[in-house]
Design a binder for this molecule. Structure first.
Ligand code: MTE
Ligand code: MO
Length: 161
């Protein structure tokens, strides 16, 4: 390595170390999780969720005309990352709608916590920022009141029991 390259590398490293790590501010937090998880309580930002990897589900739903592509974190992946211990999760929305869902249902039926619809982040006015979406077109048994009631939009928190 030439001296110039070495100096440039050192300089870049020094800059990286000096850069303040911006703490997540309350408005960056999309989801809070609590209860029977590793660490008891956590607040997750969009970046935290995206770091888990995104999956997409293309399906028709009762809420939109035609098939839509939803993109987000698989609930299975999220539960794995949180090391959940409970069998049930209580999901609460911004409007305080809540429902208890067996975690196995979200995992086995391959539901995602969608952030995007057709490539764009969903606004609160469009069921965002987080929307539980099941692949309804994959199995007629998903197209039932039970799974519609578990399709929480504007999700703000989850409590594992
Ligand atoms: N945030 C939020 N999500 C929700 C609800 C709600 O009131 N708020 N209702 C649930 C229920 S009980 C069902 S059956 C469907 C209802 O969708 P609809 O209101 O379009 O019929 O959304 C589910 N998701
Ligand atoms: Mo419902």
């Amino acid at each position: 390595m030439s001296l110039v390259v070495r100096l440039a590398t050192l300089f870049a490293l020094a800059l990286a170390l000096a850069a303040p790590v911006r703490a997540a501010s309350p408005q960056d937090i999309l989801l809070t999780v609590e209860g029977r998880i590793d660490g008891g309580q956590k607040s997750l930002t969009r970046a935290d969720l995206e770091a888990l990897g995104l999956e997409s589900v293309t399906t028709t739903t009762p809420w939109y005309d035609g098939a839509m592509t939803f993109e987000g974190v698989s609930l299975a992946r999220l539960f794995e990352a949180l090391k959940i211990k409970g069998d049930m999760v209580e999901v609460v929305a911004l409007n305080n709608y809540f429902v208890e869902i067996p975690t196995a249902d979200l995992i086995e039926r391959k539901a995602i916590l969608a952030m995007k619809r057709n490539g764009a982040y969903m606004a609160v006015s469009d069921k965002g920022p987080l929307f539980i979406v099941y692949p309804f077109d994959a199995d007629p048994s998903l197209r039932s009141e039970v799974h519609y009631s578990r399709s929480v939009w504007q999700v703000k928190s989850m409590a594992f029991r």
